[in-house]
Design a protein. Structure first.
Length: 133
């Protein structure tokens, strides 16, 4: 069933504001992920002498940041197409929603993994501190 529904000017304005914001947030996620990746690489090869050593969790975080940013920008592009084109608003809206679902699914997994590492760290610290009392 094909729908030719078109959003009105006010709705297009709201969608425009959304895609501009999403594009900014997505680009920021990608930039942060790439900067973390650059920092990890520079430290690993001795170009950066830092007291804090980046571990596997930081690498995973950087990769997830970049992937989330890519999906947010992909959703923003679909939202932009809704405003800029005619005759395909509903299909483009569904494409945007799918990309958003993927971005937030990644974020959800990051939160779950983060809580897991937090609990494991707290258990480890508690057990470790008992050994040295």
């Amino acid at each position: 069933m094909e729908s030719n529904y078109e959003f009105n000017d006010k709705q297009n304005g709201q969608i425009r504001h959304l895609y501009v914001t999403m594009r900014f947030v997505g680009a920021t996620f990608i930039l942060v992920g790439l900067l973390l990746g650059f920092t990890i690489t520079a430290q690993r090869f001795g170009f950066l002498n830092a007291e804090y050593h980046f571990g596997l969790v930081t690498v995973i975080f950087a990769v997830f940041q970049v992937i989330t940013g890519i999906f947010l920008i992909k959703a923003a592009i679909s939202f932009k197409k809704i405003v800029k084109t005619q005759g395909n608003d509903i299909n483009l809206l569904m494409e945007s929603i799918h990309a958003l679902h993927l971005a937030f699914n990644i974020q959800s997994w990051m939160i779950i993994i983060g809580f897991f590492f937090l609990v494991v760290s707290l258990i480890f610290l508690r057990e470790f501190s008992v050994l040295f009392k």
